[in-house]
Design a protein. Sequence first.
Length: 214
Amino acid sequence: MLVNREHIVWRGCILVLVFVFIHSVNGGENQIAVREPEHQLFSAGTSEFELSAGAFFSLDSGYTYRPTINFAAEKLRVGLMLYNPHGSGLLAGNTELLLEGFAGQVFAGPGTTIAGGSALLRYNFIHPRAWVVPYFQVGVGGAYNDIVNDESQSLLGSEDQILLQAGLGARVPMNNRLSLMVESDLIHLSNGGSTQRNHGLNCLGGQAGLALSF
């Protein structure tokens, strides 16, 4: 069952990347006029800082060798809008590149720390008459953990892990620089079969925070 879920995560990430690539190639065509404050927030070349906090809860738990591992997390991201909003209808929007660093504190289960970083591609759904801007994103990176020191669990078998994530979110622009944001993410940690203990850790969670554009 775990292998099947990992395959679903991988396939979903690939489909999202293909979608974002297609829209990036056409990024300079069919641009749409977006009213304030969205225009300044999502114009090509606009940068932003995001700061958020939340919690993540492990899936596939309930066994001694697959214990519950829940953790709180704080994330800092730096983003760049790759092109102006374009298109029409439900898929109108643009693509954003983000770099993320996070620190997590385990509050249920073995270990104390999960920390790392990722590169993400985000697609923002932007419409002239909507103040709420939904988005989806996928990312890949790496993470450190000390859960590996508990040899009774078989989820994580090394300190260094590959990190995959996919998420849905929404942001509410407050003015031409500041936005509120909420987000839900699915993350997967694995060492790619490099050790015997490698069932992988799957977690689902959410976070809220602020985004500052400049």
